[in-house]
Write a protein that binds this ligand. Structure first.
Ligand SMILES: [Ca+2]
Ligand SMILES: [Ca+2]
Length: 308
């Protein structure tokens, strides 16, 4: 049933976009893949043949909305179309306006501060919760990214607004599966200022990471290697992040390369021999500032490259 409803959304959306979509606009990502969904099994199963096969290869609903577009879509599954207008003026100000079919007297608006690269998507982060999410991301004049998600509240009376400092980085043509989330880039100061890359979803409580951690980007011609000034204790983990039971002490003078982090409680680094070690991290509290690794200020371990 949900698939049928989603299908109806797509048709509605396609109709509403028909007049204004650019020819090169990406196709909504919820189209089924070319992979067959009911490939014959090698061996007969004991299940009755009329039993429905679990759907595979069907992607969840996600579509990009171009600026200066108005979309009609039912974002709260109440059977009434809602309208989402997305405007951007030449001065770099953008506005999102949502009027719900259930309450046309009250129009929800959100003003995006001066920014550039403002992008909007409508997506279904959880096919079971009778809600769609409207997500925008933008870059501020300071080059900091922000993202905002709008979602009809539990009571169905208004829209919840969730703001986040992460950047949503969904590429055109992205094949969205809600369980895997959508790609985001998040600034961290752990072992240096940089943007780590993870996957995120939007729940009734807002943005939530779904990836185990976020990976430090690998940039050609740029090394994040840090030479240790003091010994660092690490727990060796395998590629899935599971502890192997082995611990090492990387001595001062050797180098480590930041590999991944959950942005709050651990960081993994690559050792010279390719193994991955994990250390506990915590944000300093009280009078102190910065990040602690195994309870010690990270600057004591290495010269950490911070951005201004
Ligand atoms: Ca509605
Ligand atoms: Ca949903």
């Amino acid at each position: 049933m949900k698939r049928i409803i989603t299908g109806i959304f797509v048709i509605l959306l396609a109709l509403s976009f028909a007049a204004c979509r650019r020819p090169d606009s990406p196709v909504p990502a919820d189209e089924p893949t070319a992979a067959p969904t009911a490939a014959p099994t090698e061996e007969p199963t004991e299940e009755p043949t009329e039993a429905p096969e679990p759907q595979t290869g069907v992607l969840d609903f996600l579509t990009k909305v171009e600026p200066d577009t108005q979309v009609s879509i039912d974002i709260d599954y109440d059977g009434m179309e809602d309208r989402i207008a997305f405007r951007e003026d030449e001065g770099g100000k953008a506005e999102v306006e949502i009027s719900r079919g259930a309450d046309i007297a009250h129009v929800f608006t959100y003003e995006v501060p001066y920014s550039y690269g403002v992008t909007m998507w409508i997506m279904d982060c959880d096919p079971t919760d009778s809600r769609l999410e409207v997500v925008i991301t933008y870059v501020q004049d300071s080059d900091d990214s922000s993202s905002v998600a709008f979602r009809v509240n539990e009571e169905g009376t208004w829209l919840d607004t969730f703001e986040s400092g992460m950047a949503v980085t969904i590429p055109d043509g992205y094949l969205f599966e809600h369980e895997a989330g959508f790609p985001v880039s998040i600034r961290t100061e752990i072992l240096g200022t940089c943007f780590v890359e993870g996957s995120c979803t939007v729940t009734a409580d807002g943005f939530k990471l779904v990836s185990e951690g976020c990976l430090y980007p690998v940039t050609e011609g740029y090394s994040r290697e840090l030479e240790l000034k003091r010994d660092m204790e690490l727990e060796i983990v395998d590629e899935t992040g599971s502890a192997t039971g082995e611990s090492v002490t990387v001595p001062a003078g050797e180098s480590i390369t930041p590999y991944s982090t959950d942005l709050e409680s651990w960081v993994c680094v690559k050792l010279g021999d390719g193994r991955i070690g994990r250390a506990a991290v915590a944000e300093a509290t009280g009078e102190s500032w910065g990040w602690l690794i195994n309870g010690i200020q990270q600057d004591e371990y290495a010269d950490i490259p911070y951005a201004d």
